[in-house]
Design a protein around this ligand. Structure first.
Ligand SMILES: *[C@@H]1O[C@H](CO)[C@@H](O)[C@H](O)[C@H]1NC(C)=O
Ligand SMILES: *[C@@H]1O[C@H](CO)[C@@H](O)[C@H](O)[C@H]1NC(C)=O
Ligand SMILES: *[C@@H]1O[C@H](CO)[C@@H](O)[C@H](O)[C@H]1NC(C)=O
Ligand SMILES: *[C@@H]1O[C@H](CO)[C@@H](O)[C@H](O)[C@H]1NC(C)=O
Ligand SMILES: *[C@@H]1O[C@H](CO)[C@@H](O)[C@H](O)[C@H]1NC(C)=O
Length: 307
């Protein structure tokens, strides 16, 4: 189990106690994160106001919604050009790695690795957007994600009740411990106020009543919005267009994640989530319809596939 800690002389007794607590916490979170199935319970938003459509994402919420977990690092808030690399297996075999690494800023999601996939996804990470349910996967592979010299910024998103500083829950403490241990990282948490705004934004852009449709936001949603906030121009690698999974004949089976070759099929995952009426569902296809609209407004282009 990841996270090795820097020992300092006579503190080893305290360390033993700490490590024990840490392991218990980790197991607890592991148990919980499996049971929540990568989902995030939406805030209850009242009504849908068409008058507030066409939010200007460059200034929709202010950029102060990301607070440092530890220390006083600040998030770089402006790039001329960004590569947003998805976790989709459409990136495999593209040989786009070198091009991706030339981008001023390379944005990745959750625990999508670069080791072993450099030729297709590159080896540079400037910013990683991570769901509360993926924190544990970063902790399990510290050499891949945390122990770095030229470190990325990491933005953690999740329900304030789980990752919020005020809640001071197990997951917040784990994130804090990671940030305090790997001080080369710049780690941030989306504030409760900003989480609420992300949620309202989805409501406004899709017109869906979230209480009835039981939709949850995906890491892709957060990542795209953050990219628009900080990048003048975005090239997205490996995101399919909204109509993709509805094509006839159906596209050939593709693993959902490039680093999980035996994981679930991409379109099966998208369609099951989009149609789901009960329980926790991401609206991946609805989200992509919004992305298509934003692409025209905010200099976004899509490759692998191109659309
Ligand atoms: C980071 O990795 C190096 C080896 O590459 C190791 O010596 C060091 O202890 C690690 N640091 C932490 C905090 O795990
Ligand atoms: C941030 O903290 C470091 C060390 O704690 C200090 O040297 C530096 O001046 C601080 N920077 C700002 C902008 O406060
Ligand atoms: C990865 O990083 C090294 C050095 O930082 C660089 O030489 C190499 O071209 C990079 N790109 C790929 C695709 O491996
Ligand atoms: C942090 O980065 C510096 C260089 O900027 C490096 O010398 C140091 O080893 C890094 N620390 C860790 C824990 O990787
Ligand atoms: C689109 O990107 C170019 C740089 O490639 C920039 O000059 C232009 O201002 C951007 N347009 C918008 C609407 O951000």
């Amino acid at each position: 189990m990841g996270l090795r800690l820097v020992e300092k002389g006579n503190h080893s007794k305290r360390m033993v106690v700490f490590v024990a607590i840490f392991l218990i916490t980790t197991l607890f979170i592991l148990y919980n994160s499996n049971s929540v199935n990568e989902s995030y319970e939406a805030f209850k938003v009242i009504g849908y106001n068409s008058a507030t459509k066409n939010t200007d994402l460059k200034k929709w919420a202010g950029k102060d919604g990301y607070v440092p977990v530890f220390g006083n690092k600040s998030l770089t808030l402006h790039y001329k050009q960004c590569a947003l690399v998805t976790s989709s297996s459409h990136v495999l075999g593209t040989g786009a790695g070198a091009e991706i690494d030339r981008a001023e800023c390379v944005i990745r999601m959750n625990d999508a690795p670069t080791s072993g996939f450099e030729a297709d996804v590159g080896n540079k990470t400037s910013l990683r957007v991570v769901a509360h349910s993926s924190v544990i996967r970063l902790v399990r592979k510290p050499q891949e994600f945390l122990n770095c010299t030229d470190c990325p910024s990491i933005i953690f998103w999740g329900p304030p009740t789980k990752i919020g500083r005020d809640a001071n829950g197990a997951l917040y403490r784990l994130i804090h411990r990671v940030a305090a241990t790997y001080t080369n990282l710049s780690t941030f948490i989306v504030t409760p106020g900003k989480m609420h705004k992300f949620d309202t934004l989805f409501q406004r852009e899709t017109g869906r009543d979230r209480q009835k449709s039981q939709s949850w936001l995906s890491t892709g949603w957060f990542t795209m919005v953050i990219a628009i906030e900080i990048c003048d121009k975005i090239k997205v690698y490996g995101m399919v267009p909204p109509s993709y999974c509805g094509r006839h004949p159906q596209p050939k089976r593709m693993p959902y994640h490039y680093y999980k070759p035996r994981g679930p099929d991409e379109c099966v995952t998208y369609l099951q989530n989009e149609r789901g009426r009960r329980g926790n569902h991401h609206r991946f296809i609805t989200e992509k319809q919004v992305f298509a609209r934003w692409a025209k407004l905010y200099n976004i282009s899509f490759v692998y596939p191109t659309w």
